[in-house]
Design a protein around this ligand. Structure first.
Ligand SMILES: C[S@@+](CC[C@H](N)C(=O)[O-])C[C@H]1O[C@@H](n2cnc3c(N)ncnc32)[C@H](O)[C@@H]1O
Ligand SMILES: [Zn+2]
Length: 264
């Protein structure tokens, strides 16, 4: 390799590294905004301030930062973060947080769908079920179904990096899994149908389309208790469904939680 070529390659690597570092720095500030939009979903008594003492939380698809902020502000007993590709600073936060919070913070490299590993974590942490399961900007990654692109076009070839694939979202499977883990499942999702989802990990299909949201909410509203946090809606199930188009058009992010229906 010539000296010039080697120098050029080094420069390119440095630029890439700089971009990654810039993005990771942005996680810390973005997370503050995002948590301000999510935090009311942790309130279980509307007449009182959110109190998470004695509560345990799992953050699925964690950025490791939100758990740290939640620990500082709400002081739950424990937060576990799982991610199938944990950020490198997770272990530093886990170690360093001991100096700043009494909340036990633990991070695991683990997929929501790795039952064996999840069971092992639950046993290790002596958890039966979490009070809250948070998925922030992660739900649209949890696409477990068949490739729709393949169904649409027989000639489509599913590539190894799955770049052009659109995997189906299986609401029944995913939400039952989430509700196995947490009594209340908190969902925070970006909604930008016209934007390319740059963080389309292995191209599982990008952000949900309006059509997918409608199907998801039809399912959720028929089966679970659903409460909107952003936008704050005091509408009946039918009103929510018939206004969904407007809601999705006006919002860039939505936040809601689901719980099992309470016996009347
Ligand atoms: C867009 S990031 C969201 C990060 C963070 N929760 C936030 O609010 O910024 C999506 C994360 O989900 C993780 N992820 C995707 N599929 C997953 C799965 N099946 N199990 C666990 N984590 C997953 C990815 O590794 C990625 O870190
Ligand atoms: Zn495909």
């Amino acid at each position: 390799m010539t000296k010039d070529k080697a120098l050029k390659e080094r420069l390119l690597t440095t630029l890439e590294e700089l971009e990654i570092t810039k993005n990771q720095l942005k996680f810390w500030t973005d997370s503050i905004d995002e948590l301000s939009e999510i935090q009311d979903a942790f309130n279980t008594n509307a007449n009182e301030k959110t109190n998470l003492n004695n509560n345990i939380i799992v953050d699925i698809g964690t950025d490791c930062i939100k758990p740290f902020y939640i620990a500082l502000k709400f002081k739950p007993t424990m937060i576990i973060g799982i991610d199938e590709d944990l950020l490198p600073f997770g272990s530093e936060i886990q170690q360093g947080s001991r100096l700043l919070t009494e909340t036990k913070i633990r991070f695991y490299n683990c997929s929501l769908f790795d039952k064996q590993k999840i069971d092992k974590i639950l046993r290790k942490e002596r958890v039966d079920k979490f009070d809250f399961a948070l998925t922030s900007k992660t739900l649209h990654h949890l696409r477990t179904g068949q490739c729709i692109a393949k169904k649409r076009n027989k000639k489509h070839e599913c590539t190894e990096d799955e770049k052009d694939c659109i995997y189906e979202f299986e609401e029944e499977k995913v939400f039952s899994k989430l509700l196995e883990l947490g009594k209340r499942v908190v969902v925070y999702e970006s909604f930008a149908p016209d934007e390319e989802d740059e963080d389309k990990i292995r191209g599982r299909g990008g952000y949900f389309s309006a059509k997918e949201w409608k199907r998801v909410f039809n399912y959720l509203l028929s089966k679970y208790e659903v409460k909107f946090i952003r936008p704050q809606l005091f509408l009946s199930k039918d009103e929510i469904l018939s206004n969904l188009d407007v809601i999705l058009r006006e919002m860039d992010t939505i936040c809601f939680y689901i719980e099992d229906k309470k016996p009347k």
